[in-house]
Design a binder for this molecule. Structure first.
Ligand SMILES: [Cu+2]
Length: 471
């Protein structure tokens, strides 16, 4: 199990003060012409400066892609150029957009072949922290670095002295510091927790240091970009305010003793007030089952503070114009039973319209099923009309947590273990624990075929994918 334990040594070089990664101002990026994201090979300093670089795949050759930043209501216009030896496409995670722009290879578009290109063009209706990533063979393409953060600025952002991306990923590296490509497709990963890495980066580097002055407020846009790892983060001494989840504003709450848990694909916007004395620092800590690792440091510089006391409770951000309200009494409902995986006791499932035994399924790389069907079915989970409220009753009947992601919509949790839930935040990805029954609801907005799948990418590839048709 050495591969799945996090290496400690990367985090012992606390002295190396790497630059934080501020997001560029919108004016620097919002050019009217189409910008290009070129999916290609590149190299990245995943091991930190002074160490050999790691060969990766990235948009414009950058591991974790360029940060994209727009204003609410802007049009995104990006040409994907494929410089890889295999097909690819880009999904815009959390963005409400027309279905043909959703970027799901095999459902909303054919994969863009090597040497080909495809133009994505759509409006950005909602402000918040989103991301974009490959949606073809994503279990390999994302593990190699094909993803990036997409920020849509609010008209009135919260008061903060710095607005920072905080993209957490775990990479599985071999002992030469290169991406372990031998283990792509390894069935033990697919049947268990998914591909877990052994090397953690924040914004593509190990242990970055974010610098501020005493009483500064930092906005951290945290994204879990890992294939499969659930990150639990602690901010000792920092008392952050959580102000948004999956891009959607919430009533600010203090993370004083609690930790922040993010499943793959989930985001949280937090505000951190630096209260330490000059030249002190506070860690951002990742808690693993048998280990705690400082993945970033927030350092108080020697400069005089720009204000005498920290800022108070933040104002609630303006809500996005999400389609609503939900009409639960006349919602169209579908059950979704999640089965399979190691120790799951699944006997077999439907594949391509045929009933297969478990051994036969595994020989074709399928180890999970939704409602007894492994892999993307020909028929949707449910067909609904635009404007209808849809409820999905998820029953996680196996031994593993799953990060369920709905494309093109945000939903609310409206039930847990069969009991109604009165209020819950809008999300696009929900972490469902083993044995948990969770009902989610949303209003079908755009017509088309919307994928609903586990964002643990090996589970998705291993069978956990279905779709919802909006007519
Ligand atoms: Cu899963």
């Amino acid at each position: 199990m050495t591969n799945t334990s996090i290496h400690r040594r990367s985090f012992l070089r606390a002295g190396c003060a790497l630059a934080a990664m501020p997001l560029l101002p919108a004016s620097a990026l919002a050019a009217p012409a189409a910008r290009e994201l070129h999916a290609r090979e590149g190299s990245a300093a995943l091991l930190g400066p002074g160490n050999p670089e790691t060969a990766i795949w990235g948009y414009n050759g950058i591991a974790g892609g360029p940060f994209l930043r727009y204003r609410q209501g802007d049009e995104l216009r990006i040409s994907l150029r494929n410089g890889l030896g295999q097909g690819t496409s880009i999904h815009w995670h959390g963005i409400r957009l027309p279905n043909p722009m959703d970027g799901v290879s095999g459902l909303t578009q054919p994969p863009v072949p090597g040497g080909g290109s495809f133009e994505y063009r759509f409006k950005l209706p909602d402000a918040g922290t989103y991301w974009y990533h490959s949606h073809n063979r994503s279990w390999e393409q994302m593990a190699r670095g094909l993803y990036g953060m997409l920020v849509v600025e609010e008209a009135e952002p919260p008061q903060a002295d710095q607005d920072l991306a905080f993209v957490v990923d775990d990479w599985r590296l071999d002992n030469r510091g290169q991406i372990d490509s031998q283990s792509f497709g390894a069935m033990p990963d697919w049947a268990h927790a998914g591909r877990l890495g052994n090397w953690v980066t924040v914004n593509g580097i190990p242990g970055p240091v974010f610098k501020g002055r005493r009483n500064d407020r930092l906005r951290l846009r945290i994204l879990n970009a890992a294939n499969a790892r659930i990150f639990t983060l602690a901010f000792p001494g920092l008392n952050p305010w959580v102000i948004a989840l999956d891009g959607q504003p919430i009533e600010a709450w203090r993370l004083s003793r609690a930790n922040l848990t993010l499943g793959p694909g989930q985001r949280a916007d937090i505000l951190v007030d630096i209260t330490g004395d000059s030249d002190t620092s506070a860690p951002v800590r990742a808690l693993f089952p048998r280990q705690t690792v400082d993945i970033a440091t927030i350092k108080v510089g020697p400069d005089a503070p720009r204000r005498r006391t920290p800022l108070g409770r933040p104002k609630r951000l303006a809500d996005n114009p999400l389609p609503g309200p939900l009409s639960l009494t006349d919602a169209v409902a579908a059950p979704l039973r999640m089965e399979g995986g190691a120790m799951g006791g699944m006997m077999g499932g439907m594949m391509g319209g045929r009933m297969l035994g478990m051994r036969e399924m595994m020989s074709q790389g399928k180890v999970w099923a939704f409602n007894g069907v492994a892999g993307l079915p020909d028929k949707p989970l449910i067909t609904v009309r635009q404007g209808q409220t849809v409820r999905i009753d998820i029953d996680n009947a196996n031994r593993w947590p799953h990060a369920m992601h709905l494309h093109g919509h945000h939903f609310r949790v409206v039930g847990r273990q069969g009991r109604p839930v009165a209020s819950s935040p809008w999300r696009d990805t929900e972490l469902v624990q083993p044995g948990e029954r969770v009902s989610i609801a949303f209003r079908a907005s755009e017509p088309g075929k919307w994928l609903f799948h586990c964002h643990m990418l090996e589970h998705q590839a291993g069978g956990m994918a279905t779709w919802i048709e909006v007519t």
